[in-house]
Design a protein around this ligand. Sequence first.
Ligand SMILES: [Fe+2]
Ligand SMILES: [Fe+2]
Length: 142
Amino acid sequence: MTREQIINLLNLDLSWEYAAMIQYIQHAAMLTGPEYFAIIDEELEHAQNEHEHAVRISDQIQYLGGVPTVVVAEIKTSLDNVEMLRQDLQAEYDALARYLQRIEQLEAMKLYDVAQVIREIALVEQEHIIDLEKSLGIQKVK
Ligand SMILES: [Fe+2]
Ligand SMILES: [Fe+2]
């Protein structure tokens, strides 16, 4: 993997962070019903976390000699409360999978410092997964 390739991959991650932030803001506004009040606050907190991730990844891209993208990845929405939460959870599964791969790639390049930043972000995505799985009432024990 070249430095240019890893910069491109981090820019892909960045565009998904922008999308996640916007998606959470929009879903927080659209979720409705008394049982969703706590979840709306959760979604707004997630939006803030994704904003922080975008800032941290932008800084790492600049540090590596790249230019942070302004491209926003695909945003999913629905008029159905549960469908919105499912869309958010799927985006988090995808984000965590991307970051676990990115940590491996960065460490293979001995970019342990950048890998550490991604590791910290990955942990927050795992927390987002736990929040959304609980909000959706997903029982993982079979
Ligand atoms: Fe994120
Ligand atoms: Fe997230």
